[in-house]
Design a binder for this molecule. Structure first.
Ligand SMILES: [Zn+2]
Length: 277
């Protein structure tokens, strides 16, 4: 497997799991995190298709990942992928492990509870990890183009501010691999949406033939800066999923049979009232 390590990322490659970690986030030992890569690391769990082997294989990968990170699989909470701009605060008494897509119909989850490991999935969409070390709050956000257009990151940051009292200047943002400016090509309808809503932002759209390329990563950066997040606190993997389609699951590159990558972040510790199954 190609090693994707760069100035911001470390690529951990093992026999049965492979993932990226942010060098900056590794400076905080109280945080466990990873963004899985590898085409043989499909973190999809199909619940409703009737094919339980996919579910079992997916769950098994999560268990391997948790073991490798030294965290408890029973503390995992996964949000669904509904392309909403909605954020859910995860309380300590939620049923865990939580892999039922239908029960959290949100694309962003945040918590201040230790021992809860927040998971979202993606295969081109932007996964964003959030961490405020002052208030002890983490977030995991799934932002596809619809999520970016509907400002899910802004919603998440506002929730952290309003619910947990986080100061925007203290919040660190970690941008996982996603489809980038180089490959995110859209037709006129989507171009028009972005051109209208984000007119004040520069260098976010480029025309290429009859298509347009949109820099959704840059839009999320602008959105954060507008709220008062410090530029120095934004850490970008700078990795395009389509450019690295031989190593990372990508919907655009792989089509219908695409696999899912998983982003996971948790604060180490014992959850306050973990319900064992
Ligand atoms: Zn690319």
């Amino acid at each position: 497997m190609q090693n994707l390590s760069n100035k911001n990322m470390i690529h951990v490659i093992k026999d049965n799991i492979s993932y990226l970690q942010f060098r900056k986030l590794l400076e905080y030992p109280e945080i466990a995190h990873a963004y899985t890569v590898g085409l043989d690391n499909n973190l999809r769990t199909v619940v409703n298709s009737g094919v339980t082997s996919n579910y079992d294989n997916g769950i098994n990968k999560y268990k391997i990942l948790c073991d490798d990170l030294g965290i408890d699989f029973n503390g995992c909470v996964r949000a669904s992928l509904n392309h909403t701009p909605d954020i859910k605060i995860i309380p300590a008494d939620i049923d865990m492990p939580f892999f039922d897509n239908d029960r959290i119909r949100h694309d962003g989850i945040i918590t201040n509870e230790k021992g809860i490991n927040l998971i979202t999935n993606s295969a081109d969409c932007i996964t964003l990890f959030l961490y405020d070390k002052e208030k002890g709050v983490i977030g995991n956000i799934h932002s596809g183009w619809k999520g970016t257009y509907n400002k899910i990151l802004e919603n998440a940051l506002k929730n952290m501010h309003e619910y947990y009292g986080c100061n925007y200047r203290d919040i660190m943002i970690f941008i996982c691999p996603s489809i980038r400016y180089c490959h995110f090509e859209v037709d006129y309808d989507v171009f028009e949406l972005f051109d209208t809503r984000f007119r004040e932002y520069s260098n976010i759209i480029r025309k290429k033939g009859n298509k347009w390329h949109i820099d959704t990563v840059l839009i999320n950066k602008y959105m954060s800066l507008d709220l008062g997040v410090k530029e120095d606190n934004i850490y970008d993997s700078e990795i395009c999923t389509v450019c690295n389609k031989d190593t990372i699951n990508s919907y655009r590159a792989h089509g219908k049979s695409f696999g899912l990558n998983a982003g996971i972040i948790g604060m180490r510790g014992k959850v306050r009232c973990l319900k064992k199954n």
